[in-house]
Design a protein around this ligand. Structure first.
Ligand SMILES: [Zn+2]
Length: 195
């Protein structure tokens, strides 16, 4: 059974996925369907769509949202990668440039993360700081259905205390991906603009 916390996180994750990948005219209905589910219905739905393995069959590499990103089953905006980790843009960012560091393996504990995860996290943090000309960046661990990830959240001076997530358009995400992945830094980025 899913805990209320897992149910909430999974619903948010699914809704983000819908926001970013569903056709405009189907979004509203799909989101209302997800929102109406109780935890049991949600679990059945996830198993049916192979997003979650049945209990007992969990080998540690079940089909979770982050694993799906790692395997390329879900479209993502990749920023960087090493042998153990990928960094992708959060599609529902707290602030512009919000990036998630995803271990390629389905690892549930912060303590078991391979050191390459921290290496990429540091590398991407300094890249974001430099390219977006930021002084401050927040690093937060989070865990959705047993997949431990690191959030790299840019902090802007004009930003209010809110940590509300807002979906970013595909256009904005592509633009950010370009800013963070382009080789030279000759072109000036519009770093003051918020989502
Ligand atoms: Zn996973």
């Amino acid at each position: 059974m899913l805990t209320p916390e897992q149910t909430k996180n999974l619903k948010e994750e699914l809704i983000r996925h819908i926001e970013s990948s569903f056709p405009e005219d189907k979004k509203e209905f799909a989101i209302s369907q997800i929102e109406a589910m109780d935890s049991e219905e949600l679990e059945k739905f996830l198993i049916k769509n192979q997003l979650l393995k049945k209990e007992g069959a969990n080998t540690g590499t079940g089909h979770c949202v982050f694993c799906s990103i790692v395997f390329g089953d879900i479209k993502s905006y990749k920023i960087a990668e090493n042998s153990k980790t990928i960094a992708v843009l959060e599609i529902n960012p707290i602030s512009r440039g919000h990036t998630i560091i995803i271990p390629k393996e389905h690892i549930s504990s912060e303590k078991e993360l391979p050191k390459q995860v921290a290496v990429l996290s540091k590398k991407v943090s300094s890249l974001i700081k430099k390219r977006l000309k930021l002084e401050e960046i927040k690093t937060e661990y989070s865990n959705v259905l047993g997949h431990e990830v690191i959030n790299i959240i840019p902090f802007y001076k004009n930003q209010k205390g809110s940590s509300e997530r807002k979906p970013a358009s595909a256009e904005k995400l592509s633009e950010m991906q370009e800013i963070l992945t382009k080789k030279s830094s000759g072109k000036k980025s519009r770093n003051q603009e918020n989502y």
